[in-house]
Design a protein around this ligand. Structure first.
Ligand SMILES: NC(=O)C1=CN([C@@H]2O[C@H](COP(=O)(O)OP(=O)(O)OC[C@H]3O[C@@H](n4cnc5c(N)ncnc54)[C@H](OP(=O)(O)O)[C@@H]3O)[C@@H](O)[C@H]2O)C=CC1
Ligand SMILES: CC(=O)C(=O)O
Ligand SMILES: [Mg+2]
Length: 591
């Protein structure tokens, strides 16, 4: 590129970064024109009113058969649509009828993705009105299968792909995205997609799915959401051999090469969108996730969903569950299978909340929490060889090699699965936990369903109906000895949409742990007596927009309290304000 541009400018490099007077100062200039010196090339941006054929193919504005007679006249649509005029409700009915006929989940997923690309408002109308039914389609578990098969089902690109090929040009890539005003970015490098491992570039399904929930569940407008996949290669041998694989066909870049691309991305985002854009890290492997969060936590508005969002949702479930299992947080003993992002993230937030409640130092409250990894119970004799995020959990105890041994030694009241390995809560494990507790709290967090540590049926049957159970991916209600048990879905989808909305509406510039506690508290407060009666420790997703507004308000209130909010003055009623900011998918009328 450099040589081409040199030629265009008669040999002088335009990439010369030495200070030079710019035309208009460049403050908040999103098009790059004002930042350019007079002798630099600028892009001739134009915007035109969509009409006719292009209007029908613009997913933001397309309404299909719902264009009225008047709109058809004034927007040159005559003849481009059949004569019938349909309401949005009728379109929704037809699509839901179609989706319900499909037996294969992936078919439902593809139908929804096609709809999103064809008629965005109708897509969100369906998702908002049928959230319980469609969440498993656009999110876990189906999105996991979609990522695995992304290359084969790939039709039109969604989101922004930033690969090693774009090194040195990331800012230009961001400028290729059609929207200028971005509020939330969800970014993955595809190395730990759900519990399915390294899916490389095909992990794009995750940022796309998460951002659909930002809009449907949290009300952030779709045009302000940007899904990004950073492609540094993949170590997935199957993908590397797959002729339909859509990513870079090389093994993962690591070390400085990886850090440099990520740094270029983080800098370009701040340069292009400013300081208030939220960057949500999603499904990075833990050897990068903790480092990135620590590195950029002080300079950018960053949030790691797997570490922090998961922690907030699980703490909410545990606090809510206390109504059913009794005691205070500090009265319980926690045992985790899995000591990675989710496991240690949750453990830390529980310990923090315990410490705040009891005034006992964090170092002490951590001792009520134990974790098992692939090598057994984390104990002090292992400390030197542990990854840094596991070290705070290396308590004094003799070595224990497996989960069953750890349960017998620690006698937990709460058992949490965050291992990414399916069926690890065996009959013996659940029976042992149930023999120690009248009402054991069991959370099988791993996604998708195939990786869940146990099923709802197994948890209820093996505990003889005594377990309080929640899982990362949804399970149907299960009838045991005449009683119907409804499992809750312990998934960060309860938290991140409202959390992000809270940051956006307050103009927050940094994330703080107290905001995670605030989100968690707001969620726990939404569980009703009626929910508890069914054994539920989370409210149903049907009320999610109300829940998200409450979470957003609590998070925003904390941002103002901490002095990191920039939207001033502070709105008096933050719940109402959050609701008023939410995107509505109802069709607009065109002049
Ligand atoms: N419900 C929700 O909202 C969320 C669920 N998750 C799910 O949690 C799972 C884990 O994610 P994450 O924490 O990011 O992953 P990580 O890779 O960071 O951590 C996995 C942990 O599990 C341990 N582990 C793996 N296999 C075994 C085994 N057979 N026995 C004991 N321990 C084992 C690993 O041990 P070692 O360190 O020794 O390798 C590691 O400590 C995924 O399935 C993910 O989908 C994640 C985020 C949110
Ligand atoms: C839910 C989620 O973020 C995960 O499983 O990774
Ligand atoms: Mg995740």
């Amino acid at each position: 590129m450099e040589s081409t541009m040199k030629e265009m400018r008669g040999g002088e490099s335009v990439l010369d970064l030495s200070p030079r007077a710019t035309v208009g100062g460049g403050v908040e200039d999103v098009y790059g024109e004002d930042c350019a010196t007079e002798d630099q090339l600028v892009t001739p941006w134009t915007y035109s009113v969509a009409s006719g054929y292009s209007l029908l193919r613009d997913p933001h504005h397309n309404k299909g058969l719902a264009f009225t007679e008047t709109e058809r006249d004034s927007h040159y649509l005559r003849g481009l649509l059949p004569p019938a005029v349909a309401t949005q409700q009728l379109q929704e009915k037809k699509l839901m009828d179609n989706i319900r006929k499909y037996q294969v989940p992936l078919q439902k997923y593809m139908t929804m993705m096609e709809l999103q690309e064809r008629n965005e408002r109708l897509f969100y109308k369906l998702l908002i009105d049928n959230v319980e039914e469609l969440l498993p389609v656009v999110y876990t578990p189906t999105v996991g299968e979609a990522c695995q098969k992304y290359g084969s089902i790939f039709r039109r690109p969604q989101g922004l792909y930033i690969s090693l090929k774009e090194k040195g040009k990331v800012l230009d890539v961001l400028k290729n995205w059609p929207e200028r005003s971005i509020q939330v970015i969800v970014v993955t490098d595809g190395e730990r997609i759900l519990g399915l491992g390294d899916l490389g570039c095909q992990g794009m399904g995750i940022p796309v799915g998460k951002l659909s929930l930002y809009t449907a569940l949290g009300g952030v407008r779709p045009s302000a959401c940007l899904p990004v996949t950073i492609d540094v290669g993949t170590n997935n041998e199957e993908s590397l051999k797959d002729e339909f694989y859509i990513g870079l066909r090389q093994r993962r870049a690591t070390g400085q090469e990886y850090a440099d691309l990520l740094h270029e991305f983080m800098s370009a985002v701040k340069q292009n969108y400013g300081e208030k854009v939220l960057i949500q890290f999603e499904d990075f492997a833990n050897h990068n996730a903790f480092t990135l969060l620590a590195k950029y936590g002080t300079t950018h508005l960053v949030f790691n969903d797997d570490i922090q969002g998961t922690a907030s949702v699980v703490l909410a479930g545990v606090v809510a569950a206390l109504k059913l299992i009794g005691g205070t947080l500090a009265d319980h003993r926690f045992l985790f299978l899995g000591a990675g992002e989710a496991g240690t993230g949750i453990a830390e937030l529980i310990a923090l909340e315990m410490s705040k409640q009891t005034k006992i130092p964090l170092e002490e409250t951590r001792k009520k929490i134990w974790l098992v990894d692939s090598k057994g119970l984390i104990v002090s004799s292992r400390k030197d060889s542990l990854q840094h995020f596991k070290k705070p959990w290396a308590h004094d105890h003799e070595p224990v090699k497996d989960l069953l041994g750890a349960i017998k030694a620690i006698k937990p009241t709460v058992l949490i699965g965050s291992s990414g390995v399916g069926r690890t809560f065996t009959k013996e494990i659940i029976e042992t936990v149930a023999s120690l507790n009248e009402k054991p709290l069991i959370m099988a967090l791993s996604n998708p369903t195939s990786q869940s540590e146990c099923t709802a049926e197994e948890a209820y049957t093996w505990s003889q109906g005594r377990a309080i159970f929640a899982s990362g991916s949804p399970f149907d209600p299960f009838e045991y000895k005449g009683k119907v048990f409804v499992p809750g879905q312990a998934n960060n989808a309860y938290i991140f949409p409202g959390f992000g909305l809270g940051l956006v509406i307050s103009g927050a510039i940094r994330v703080h742990d107290d905001m995670l506690l605030a989100a968690s508290e707001a969620l726990a407060n939404q569980v009703s007596e009626e929910n508890y009666d069914k054994g539920l420790i989370y409210p149903p997703f049907t009320n999610i927009r109300k829940i998200s507004a409450n979470i957003a308000a609590n998070v925003a209130a904390k941002a103002y309290e901490l002095g990191v909010a920039t939207r001033l003055p502070r709105p008096a009623n933050l719940v109402k304000y959050a609701e008023s900011c939410m995107y509505s998918p109802v069709y607009r009328s065109y002049r």
